[in-house]
Design a protein around this ligand. Structure first.
Ligand SMILES: [Fe+2]
Ligand SMILES: [Fe+2]
Length: 297
């Protein structure tokens, strides 16, 4: 694989390095409810990565040793991102439903077992259906791995973009430090998926067109369906609000447009526009809804 040094990634992969992070300073700075709501979503989606992996390993993606080597480390890194957000929210004084478990920087691992079991239980029917669709898609669509890698590139890029937007919007210095460390992993994840997508989209005549066609119709922002649509919309609309948010979404689209067959792609701008429209007019000035405030200790 050109453009990505897999050997180097595999050797360097590990738990996000939080050495010296000022956990004891987290509570000294206010964490607005809007930011906590975004972090809660990010935590839930990072933690859910292993469930996506289960679906993918049931497909022909499992036949490729380079892909499976990457996925083995990738899922491990995402687990620790979820834990890092969980601990940050705990230190900031937020406990979350349904069990309102108390979490702190050095709490036993894994944290929020009750919450994560609850989320997975609620998704059971939907998760089984998506597992079957993925399985069937992989059987009938020869280029399934190309689709998966391109989808992954867009998701990692949008995750990276969302964390950058949160850094831009927050005044919390420890959160900036935490996100800056996590972003380093997300950059590597994006680099892998992009390199794979570049290679596979040009592998066979028609692959890029089929993948583009599918993504234009089926792609939805990372985490869609795992949490209620209102939460996905809130995170996108709030993080990508205003002119800066619009520019950030367009920059993402420009990056994706460099993939073979993706010229003129505007998935990020479209997702942003749809989320803002669903949130309703005046959203940017809106106070955060009560449900999260209820989670505050
Ligand atoms: Fe992550
Ligand atoms: Fe990632």
């Amino acid at each position: 694989m050109k453009d990505f040094d897999l050997d180097r990634y595999l050797r360097a992969s590990g738990r996000v390095d939080l050495t010296g992070l000022a956990w004891h300073r987290v509570a000294e700075h206010p964490l607005p409810a809007e930011e906590a709501r975004c972090l809660t979503y990010m935590m839930d989606i990072e933690t859910h990565t292993v469930v996506f992996l289960r679906d993918l390993l049931a497909t022909r993606a499992a036949h490729d040793p380079e892909v499976t080597a990457f996925l083995s480390c990738w899922v491990y890194e995402e687990l620790w991102h979820g834990e890092a957000f969980s601990r940050f929210l705990g230190e900031a004084g937020f406990d979350l439903g349904p069990d309102r478990e108390e979490v702190w920087a050095d709490a036993p691992f894994p944290s929020r077992v009750g919450r994560n079991s609850w989320i997975r239980r609620k998704l059971l029917g939907k998760a089984q259906a998506s597992h079957l669709v993925t399985l069937l898609g992989s059987m009938v669509f020869r280029d399934f791995v190309a689709l998966h890698m391109t989808w992954g590139a867009i998701n990692e890029l949008s995750t990276l973009g969302a964390y950058q937007r949160l850094i831009a919007r927050t005044n919390h210095p420890v959160l900036v430090d935490l996100l800056t460390r996590i972003i380093k992993d997300e950059r590597r994840h994006f680099a892998f998926y992009r390199a794979q997508a570049r290679m596979r989209l040009t592998h066979r005549l028609g692959t890029a067109r089929a993948v583009r066609w599918t993504l234009d119709r089926l792609w939805a922002p990372a985490g869609t369906g795992v949490r209620p649509q209102r939460e996905t919309d809130f995170v996108i609309a709030w993080l990508f609000a205003g002119n800066d948010g619009r520019v950030a979404a367009e920059e993402m689209d420009d990056t994706i447009a460099q993939l073979p067959g993706f010229a003129g792609s505007h998935l990020a701008a479209r997702a942003r526009g749809e989320a803002i429209a669903r949130m309703g007019p005046g959203f940017e000035r809106m106070r955060v809804a009560a449900p999260l405030a209820a989670f505050r200790t």
